[in-house]
Design a protein around this ligand. Structure first.
Ligand code: ADP
Length: 383
């Protein structure tokens, strides 16, 4: 990240307003102006950049250091998307909070971009935990671009996004009003389908630059579906609109001078629950038939155990424990032995597994895990 000039976080108050479309086309517009650009999709629940850029099925490689190598989309535009790391577009993404945080952190720290002028980041929509993690982890030299639609109902969402950015000390480079006016496919004229000017009025009200309007244009939607960003073959009024927005964005970032300067990257998320199968107060090697599970609450930032409780598992049956432990809020299980199939079932329930741990007390194991000293011996069970 230290080799990246400007980080541009594309945010929206809600999904479906064209955030990914705007992010992709702004990245292409910046790349076409000669800049070296990266485009990162961290929208965990709707990673659409592989589709928009025709990269479905591409698998990123890892380099010698284990970092992910971005995929080249066109000339000086490199892309990384959580969608490229998932099996298929139809796989449901069911991840618990800590796992989502880890995926976001990996995408923001473990991609070998090399030197870039701009990194455009397609962030998850809204103002919840996921965009919050992205906005914190992106670190210094960052700005936000807010995408909205012109209707009045969208204005409240943008207002929330503006205060979200202010709370995080993330300067807003501007607001883009997308789907603003409908371009007629027959005569090329523009009709206002919704009320107009919501984005501009709000920008004025909250003291943020207005970067421009992008019309609702069938060719923009069709190019997204065809996997070829609209701005690659840009011509006509909609392409000019995107180019104007890209220029306004550059001017805004240059004119406003100060990007976020401080490093807002937090420590690890603090609370986490670890499940440990126990018999007679120590780790039981056979998690499927253990007497009890210890649920150990830990504070990852301070590397401390905050509480331990004991619960009795339901009768053993394949698949029951992962579901039940997920319901108990466990994000990790420390086990003596665990077969591959069981590990897969835990992963599917969003629970990480550390197998091969010794028969120690739950507190000792959790502390060793937090300190990175948990000796993981042989996985004693493989059925
Ligand atoms: P978001 O990332 O906010 O969920 P997308 O970028 O995936 O939204 O866009 C949602 C749909 O709207 C897509 O089918 C996209 O092609 C279409 N779309 C977005 N902006 C425009 C536009 N200006 N004109 C026509 N279609 C658009």
């Amino acid at each position: 990240m230290a080799q990246i000039g400007r980080k541009i976080l594309v945010l929206s108050g809600k999904g479906g307003v064209g955030k990914s479309t705007v992010a992709a086309n702004l990245a292409v517009a910046l790349a076409r102006s000669g800049r070296k650009v990266g485009l990162l999709d961290v929208d965990l629940h709707g990673p659409s950049l592989p589709t928009l850029l025709g990269l479905v099925g591409h698998r990123p490689e890892t380099d010698a250091a284990g970092d992910l190598a971005p995929v080249t989309a066109a000339g000086n535009l490199a892309v990384m998307s959580v969608g490229l790391l998932l099996g298929s577009a139809s796989d449901p993404v069911i991840w618990r909070g800590p796992m989502k945080y880890n995926v976001i952190r990996q995408l923001l720290t473990d991609v070998a971009w090399g030197p870039l002028d701009d990194l455009v980041i397609d962030a998850p929509p809204g103002t919840g935990d996921e965009p919050l993690s992205v906005a914190q982890l992106v670190g210094p030299n960052a700005w936000a671009v807010l995408v909205t639609t012109p209707q009045r109902v969208a204005v409240a969402d943008v207002r929330r996004s503006v205060s979200f950015c202010r709370t995080l000390d993330l300067p807003v480079a501007g607001i883009v009003e997308n789907m603003s006016g409908l371009v007629c496919p027959h005569c090329g004229g523009t009709t206002d389908l919704f009320s107009t000017g919501g984005g501009e009025r709000l920008a004025e009200e909250v003291g943020v630059p207005f970067l421009g309007r992008i019309p609702l244009d069938g060719r923009i939607a069709a190019s997204g579906d065809a996997g070829r960003p609209f701005m690659l073959d840009a011509c006509g009024p909609s392409a000019e609109a995107f180019a104007r927005v890209a220029d306004a964005l550059t001017r805004s970032m240059e004119g406003r001078g100060a990007p976020r300067t401080q490093d807002t990257r937090p420590e690890e998320p603090t609370p986490m629950k670890i499940a440990i199968p126990v018999a007679a107060g120590r780790l039981s090697m056979h998690f499927g038939h253990c007497e009890q599970f210890a649920l150990v609450d830990v504070d990852r930032a301070n590397r401390s155990v905050t509480a331990v409780s004991y619960v009795t598992p339901p009768p053993h049956e394949p698949g029951v424990l992962p579901r039940w432990l997920a319901e108990q809020g466990a994000a990790l299980i420390i086990a003596g032995g665990m077969g591959q199939r069981a590990q897969g079932l835990f992963a599917a329930s969003g629970i990480d597994v550390v197998a091969g741990a010794p028969a120690e007390t739950p507190e000792a194991l959790a502390t060793a895990y937090l300190e990175g000293t948990l000796a993981s011996g042989e996985n004693v069970c493989d059925h």
